[in-house]
Design a protein around this ligand. Structure first.
Ligand code: C2E
Ligand code: MG
Ligand code: MG
Length: 449
């Protein structure tokens, strides 16, 4: 076998194979660890720090899907070639994962210098790649850590660089983060939270709360949105804005959603038939082809009529893999489940998406509703959304209505549905039943009066 990088080393040679990545000819994870181990020994009596970094290609998977696997391999070889060419004679680069590369820079002594070096590598990788007669562009993110003391081990250095990489990835594409102590604290807190959440989901301790959605004109309740609530014994109340994204990241969202949907439909089954239940689906559930089947299995088990269920999805949920999301939505819709577009106006709010993807309902984000009374642009935007929904045959619910005057203004503009603290905060199953009893009693009294 010839080495694709033509470095002269034969990858098939005995022990070398165990240390070489066959695709790129670079060293592999073992070689990298070995090099760092040796440098740590060398620096035992030398106070000079050094840097390690992990570089991860952003969005490599879509490129692989788009251009094909062969082209993907070709790009990885070009990436390897560029990285190798940009190393100084003392530095090393290795391929340590599918689209992950690690570098070791013995002569980088400070965090600033590590950041600059990583930025330079990212810059080098951002130039276009030739793929047959087409070109592809890539960006990369990097996390770095510095060796300061002889007590540090290779595993911890690399794991710190990974933590830094994680922070870099979270802050967007093409970013470099150098590891800090605070990051370690934050990582520990997140791990504690993750463990507590895993335990809570297994023990069935995440509860659905329900917030009423009303017909604005008559104030009649038309349905409820399910909102997950979690209070941990030790950590106390953890808001969904914190635990839902965590559950997504750590792969707990599937079991969590199933638990909440099961409990929610068990409760909603006892409500009057005309009320719908809406349920939020997370972006990662829209790339998982088991989602539709899981939702339907729960409805089957709890005996909840699918025609009474609505799922709420956000635009970001559709963006990762629109074809997958569409398939899931089609599967659900075939059983009569309705689909609404949540938080409209805050994300991309792409009109193309509204044309290509059929939604039954659109929910106007709270940000517009809260400024409707004193901000002309918000007013114009809401009116435009309402006109558009009317043309497209979509129902509308305005979210986050807190004041009577906001509700009145929305009615005046022709908005049909409303949700917000003005009509009711999210409540647990029992309180919701009480709320429903009061509301239905009041209607009956009005009718007989
Ligand atoms: P969302 O789906 O947009 O839900 C509406 C959020 O607005 C809820 O926040 C609700 O409590 C809050 N809200 C409703 N009316 C008002 C109001 O008048 N004023 C103000 N200030 N807030 C109002 P919450 O419960 O904290 O949930 C936050 C987000 O977490 C939800 O946003 C949703 O994206 C997500 N989430 C909650 N439960 C679940 C769940 O079971 N599954 C998934 N995937 N996501 C969930
Ligand atoms: Mg929602
Ligand atoms: Mg919303």
């Amino acid at each position: 076998m010839t080495n694709p990088l033509g470095s002269g080393r034969i990858a098939g040679e005995g022990t070398d194979l165990a240390f070489t990545d066959p695709l790129t000819g670079l060293g592999n994870l073992r070689r990298f660890f070995d090099k760092v181990d040796r440098l740590i020994v060398e620096r035992a009596d030398d106070p000079a720090p050094f840097a390690v970094g992990i570089l991860d290609l952003d969005g490599f998977k879509p490129i692989n899907d788009l251009f094909g696997r062969r082209a993907g391999d070709d790009i990885l070889q070009q990436v390897a070639m560029r990285l190798r060419a940009s190393m100084d004679p003392h530095s090393t680069v290795a391929r340590v994962g599918a689209d992950e590369f690690a570098f070791l820079c013995p002569l980088v002594f400070s965090e600033e210098a590590a950041r600059e070096r990583a930025l330079m590598l990212i810059e080098i990788l951002s130039a276009p790649y030739d793929v047959g007669d087409r070109t592809a562009r890539l960006s990369a993110s990097a996390g770095c850590s510095l060796f300061y003391s002889g007590e540090e081990r290779t595993e911890t250095l690399v794991s710190k660089a990974e933590t830094a990489l994680y922070h870099a990835k979270r802050s967007g594409r093409g970013k470099v983060v150098v590891y800090t102590r605070e990051m370690e604290e934050a990582a520990k807190r997140t791990t504690r939270l993750e463990q507590a959440l895993r335990r809570a989901v297994a023990a069935g301790e995440v509860e659905p709360h329900f917030q009423p959605i009303v017909d604005l004109k008559s104030r009649r309740i038309i349905g409820f949105e399910t909102l997950a609530r979690w209070s941990d014994r030790d950590l106390g109340f953890v808001p969904p804005d914190v635990f839902i994204p965590l559950a997504e990241e750590r792969g707990i969202i599937g079991p969590l959603a199933q638990l909440v949907l099961r409990k929610a439909t068990e409760t909603a089954r006892h409500w009057p038939d005309e009320l719908f239940l809406s349920f939020n689906l997370s972006p990662s559930q829209l790339v998982d082809q088991n989602t539709a089947q899981q939702v339907l299995a729960i409805l089957e088990r709890t005996g909840f009529d699918p025609r009474r269920l609505e799922i709420e999805i956000t635009e970001s949920g559709l963006m990762t893999d629109p074809a997958s999301a569409e398939k899931i939505v089609d599967d659900l819709r075939a059983f009569g489940i309705r689909v609404s577009l949540d938080d409209f106006g805050t994300g991309q709010s792409s009109l193309g998406r509204l044309r290509d993807f059929h939604f039954d309902k659109l929910k106007i984000d709270r940000a517009f509703v809260s400024s409707i009374l004193d901000d002309k642009p918000s007013e114009h935007i809401i009116r435009a959304i309402l006109a558009m929904c009317e043309g497209l045959g979509m129902e509308v619910v305005a979210e986050g209505i807190e004041e009577e005057a906001q509700a009145r203004r929305l009615i005046q503009f022709g908005c049909g549905g409303g949700q917000g603290y003005l009509f009711g905060k999210p409540r647990d199953a029992d309180a919701t039943m009480g709320y429903l009893r009061d509301a239905y009693l009041a209607t009956a009294v009005r009718r007989t009066a």
